[in-house]
Design a binder for this molecule. Structure first.
Ligand SMILES: [Zn+2]
Length: 264
């Protein structure tokens, strides 16, 4: 593309994002970084829908959605990208999300992968990403993502929501503590609550995923350093806690030296 034409396209794009460009935390430089950025979203249920909605509308250039589920009726109270038509069609979430996101923002390049993330494909699925967003529903996947992101030096954002509460935390390999540093060994699956035992409400997902989405924009824009803090909020109790999680643990098997990966 000729330089002049390219500039005209960029000016048109910037008109769309004028309110973000006016925001001092992003500015035009940050917005241009968003245009050029590539994000991988792991899971596209409630949290994933909210994250994709935010980063897709905000102008990230490329979004890869990894999810193999189909849309079900009981998803609709909180999974904001889907509707009754998707349920009737038994649509794959990744495909339905991509269709909706293209309606919202036709400049967004969306890629869909209807696969389950595992140790054999995770590196290929996230390689070359600027950021990985965790919207999975289990700790085994998150611990695997943690190691894969450390291996490739890719920042990622952890988001977990159950019932009316949840947590959000950025992890920047080489700079911050990792998920394994902060949470210790993976808890047994039957020892942790889940939405399948405790349920979940939409406002909790929206609030916590929005915190993660704002962190994602800040990481991608690169205009200011991102501090690692664990945010825990409960929408029903109306509590909001921000915790400093401390430095990386030197003996952490995932990010310490030597590395002793347990999942990858
Ligand atoms: Zn660690």
């Amino acid at each position: 593309m000729k330089a002049e034409t390219r500039d005209q396209v960029l000016e048109a794009d910037l008109a769309r994002y004028v309110r973000q460009v006016m925001f001092r935390g992003l500015d035009e430089a940050g917005q241009r970084k968003l245009f050029a950025s590539s994000v991988v979203l792991v899971g596209c249920g409630a949290t994933g829908s909210m994250l994709a909605n935010h980063v897709g509308r905000a102008g990230v250039g490329h979004l890869r959605i990894v999810d193999r589920d189909v849309v079900e009726l009981n998803n609709l109270p909180r999974q904001i990208l889907y509707d009754e038509q998707d349920v009737a069609e038994g649509a794959a979430k990744a495909l339905a999300a991509a269709r909706r996101l293209r309606q919202i923002n036709s400049t967004l390049k969306v890629e869909t992968l209807l696969v389950e993330l595992h140790s054999g494909n995770v590196l290929d699925l996230i390689r070359n990403a600027d950021l990985v967003l965790d919207a999975s529903d289990n700790f085994a996947t998150r611990y695997l993502l943690n190691e894969a992101c450390i291996e490739l030096g890719i920042p990622w954002v952890y988001t977990g929501v159950i019932a009316s509460y949840g947590m959000s935390m950025p992890i920047i390999p080489g700079q911050t503590a990792c998920l394994r540093c902060v949470l210790g060994p993976e808890p047994p699956a039957d020892a942790v609550p889940s939405i399948y035992t405790e349920g979940v409400i939409g406002p909790a997902v929206a609030a916590i995923a929005s915190i993660s989405a704002a962190t994602a924009l800040k990481l991608l824009a690169g205009t200011e350093p991102v501090q690692q803090r664990l945010v825990h909020i409960d929408l029903w109790e109306t509590t909001f806690d921000v915790l400093d999680v401390g430095p990386p643990q030197p003996d952490c098997p995932a990010c310490g030296r030597p590395r002793r990966y347990e999942y990858l």
